[in-house]
Write a protein that binds this ligand. Structure first.
Ligand code: GRG
Length: 295
């Protein structure tokens, strides 16, 4: 097994190159401001966690990285759109993202809304037109993505999050919000790897369980970093959840218990992997990085 840091760098590079082709700098068919704005967010850094999870899952199951690349990029496009819209004044009103001005600060607010809309719709187009996928895989991926990113997943979580603002909510409610808001797309990333590599129904079941657990571990760690990481490292307004009067795992449990919960969730994610008909070393290392990351 290769070193994880080199693996992440190599896969990020592949993803970056593919995203650059999907939303090129010069494109006569579209208004150039739209592409500039979309590129500002899409090619503006980020860990590329979701597409890397797709590639790693596909590789673990014996699939081909090239076959997984476009679906992986579609997930990153949805992720980029969600961050653009989440930063808007009518949502979290964050002026910074990844250490630079948010899209609505660098471009007009309307352009930020439209760039997000474009990335959302274009994500479905790139799956539908991917020559490496067969028709069944395309339908399955579109089905998963529309459910996980839509009103049964990420959007539902965002709505619940808005409703919960300024209220103290229970730990169960917090879990439900985040299972949808953040967890659903992370779960989709793992499911995507299974679909492109032709995973069995039994393996898909295990992957879904693993995806839910690492989604939760990711969010608890995000809440911890929101209060422990410096603005420089984390790249967004420090403790923005506190600023927005939102309940977090840290505000409900305290820092130490939240850290324990992240580790327990990581351990149960590892347990879930047992039984997968694949070499799980890479997925286990990625899960560990998710809970032990510093940004
Ligand atoms: C507005 C439609 C709509 C949805 C928003 C996911 C989401 C729903 C909003 C994101 C808000 C947020 C910052 C949530 C915390 C967890 C999270 C998604 C962090 C950012 O993801 P990373 O760490 O970001 O993968 P990078 O910059 O590495 O890509």
């Amino acid at each position: 097994m290769v070193n994880l840091t080199s693996y992440l760098a190599a896969r990020s590079e592949l993803i970056e190159q593919q995203l650059d082709k999907i939303v090129p700098e010069q494109n006569e068919a579209f208004h150039s401001v739209l592409f500039q704005a979309a590129r500002y967010s899409l090619l503006g850094g980020g860990k590329r966690l979701r597409p890397i999870l797709t590639l790693a899952t596909a590789e673990a199951l014996g699939g081909n990285v090239e076959d997984a690349l476009i679906p992986a990029c579609a997930l990153e496009m949805i992720h980029a759109y969600s961050l653009i819209h989440d930063d808007l004044p009518c949502m979290d009103n964050d002026d910074f993202r990844r250490g630079k001005p948010s899209l609505h600060k660098a471009f007009r607010e309307g352009q930020a809304v439209l760039a997000g809309d474009f990335l959302l719709t274009h994500a479905f187009h790139v799956i539908a037109s991917d020559a490496k996928l067969n028709a069944d895989q395309k339908v399955e991926l579109v089905n998963i993505l529309s459910r996980r990113a839509g009103g049964e997943g990420m959007i539902a979580g965002q709505v619940m999050d808005l409703e919960a603002e300024g209220k103290t909510i229970s730990l169960d409610m917090l879990r439900m919000i985040h299972a949808n808001k953040t967890g659903a797309l992370i779960k989709a990333s793992i499911e995507f790897g299974g679909i492109v590599s032709g995973a069995t129904a039994q393996d898909m079941h295990i992957l879904r369980q693993f995806g839910s657990e690492i989604g939760l571990a990711f969010q608890i760690t995000d809440d911890i970093l929101d209060v422990t990481a410096s603005q420089k490292k984390h790249g967004k307004t420090l403790a923005s959840d506190v600023k927005n009067n939102k309940s977090t795992y840290v505000s409900l449990l305290g820092l130490k218990q939240a850290q324990e919960m992240a580790q327990t969730t990581f351990q149960s994610a590892l347990k879930s992997l047992q039984g997968l008909s694949a070499d799980t070393t890479l997925l286990a290392k990625l899960a560990e990085r998710i809970v032990n990351r510093d940004s």
